[in-house]
Design a protein around this ligand. Sequence first.
Ligand SMILES: *Cc1c(COP(=O)(O)O)cnc(C)c1O
Length: 399
Amino acid sequence: MSHHDDHPKWSTDTKCIHAGQAPDALFGAVAPPIYQTSTFAFESTEQGAARFAGKDSGYIYTRLGNPTIHMLEENVAALEEGAGALATASGMAAVSTLFFALLSSGDHVVCSQTVYGPSRLVLERDFARFGVRSAMVETSDTQAMRDAVTDKTRLIYIETPSNPTLAITDIAEAARIAHEAGALLAVDNTFCSPILQRPIRFGADVVVHSVTKFINGHADVVGGVLVFRSEELMKRVKPVLGFLGGTMDPHQAWLVLRGVKTLGLRVRAAQENASACARFLAAHPAVASVAYPGLPGHPQADLIARQMAGPGSLISFELKGGIEAGKKLLGSLKLATLAVSLGGVETLIQHPASMTHAGMSRESRLQAGITDGLVRLAVGCEDKEDLLADFKEGLDALI
Ligand SMILES: *Cc1c(COP(=O)(O)O)cnc(C)c1O
């Protein structure tokens, strides 16, 4: 059971616990061993030569591969139903390695305008220096995405639900548009985790995760992963990761293997809390509007039902009192912690215009729907009644 292809019938929850993790052959350890080593001894010069020539699949050096890291790669590949995966030092190492491997001077990228801020900056600021052009579009508008494609487009890069507006992009349509143009589709699936959305099923070629968020889930590791639809595509990216060096560390991989075991439990518990919080917020007189994929009457309800197994645990809302009311609320909550990030067991709250999206111009922010008073809430796994009581107290003080 060391390879995910050996057990395609397992449910995602079972894969979280077992995929990629064969019992330890040496001592029978139930938890995976941490191979905390930089290098691996060869039995002979012939064996060393065969490993470098790719004729012997054994390990050489941890930047190029390591058994503990490989267990995590096999685990997440199984969860996302991909052919293989590469673990990286951070989510941004996954994003930048992917761009570096797939894009050349003169190429064009179509990107969701509300992707994770640094992913957008890497394209607009760094890859632009090397002659890669990118179009930032509202990809939840399928026609706008189609119109942005040029004969130079090599990659469509989307995030759905988007950050922090929670607009949904149709993954199957994005895949169709990319493939008709001879381009690839990459989906940042961090917000959903493979519990709620598996983009390869809808035609994505690559899935990106910041495992810092749901997959690890305990706010104690920074890490990333790329999952590939095909072995061929992974073979294009693997040497780039190995030589650019954004590799994960074995101990980091071990912590994530520990976190991922409870992924399904955590995602569903946080989602149940988030549904209750979204309904509470929507009904509160201090709140002007709430964006949450699970609220009744969502304009993209059909697409959400087709593409996602649940609405998740991220909520954006706007207070009637604008930015001043936001400051007051963020300062008064006791349970929801004022911090960026998401996907951990603890509830976090932040203000995108002054924090995660401060790097964007105000004009681009407003164009992307990120108003000055927008608050983003990443609901955790605390007791639902405790969370609601915290919000009631904070919001009641605003009216
Ligand atoms: C956090 C995040 C990233 C970047 O991941 P790091 O692990 O912080 O480098 C990328 N995409 C999304 C959607 C994220 O939330």
